[in-house]
Write a new protein. Structure first.
Length: 142
């Protein structure tokens, strides 16, 4: 029988064939913690408490209704001028012709208008069952 005996002097150690991964894991965990703490600080420019939302992308099958109020307070449904007294009946007619799903309404109001005037129109929209209202603004805040 043959035996593998170390050749050479006694007391000489053979090279180690395994890697000790414990220090490597310790260093990696410390780096992970450092990155976890500093990453949110790098991405936030202005501290803002954002609301939670589960909104989906808007799907538009039908053309939205355009309701506009100009600086003088005149109401326009599309391009047609409409009196404030005729608005509720006209909105109910549009709501009834829309079916089960209320139509999308784009409300455009001049910035010089009284807030109460815009809220009265929104109240009429709500009472007619049109609760999908988008308030339009100029992009860039001009």
């Amino acid at each position: 029988m043959a035996m593998n005996l170390p050749s050479g002097r006694r007391g000489r150690r053979a090279p180690m064939a395994e890697i000790n991964v414990t220090p490597l894991v310790d260093v990696m965990l410390v780096l992970l913690i450092i990155f976890m703490v500093t990453a949110p600080l790098l991405t936030t420019g202005v501290p803002v408490d954002l609301p939670d939302a589960r909104a989906k992308a808007l799907e538009q099958d039908a053309k939205p209704i355009q309701l506009s109020i100009d600086r003088a307070g005149k109401l326009y449904l599309g391009e047609e001028e409409l009196s404030e007294a005729a608005l509720p009946a006209r909105l109910r007619t549009l709501r009834a012709s829309a079916g089960t799903e209320p139509p999308q309404v784009y409300l455009r109001a001049d910035r010089a208008l009284d807030y109460g005037r815009v809220m009265r129109v929104m109240g009429e929209l709500n009472s007619a069952g049109m609760n999908r209202v988008s308030l339009l603004a100029v992009e860039g805040g001009k």
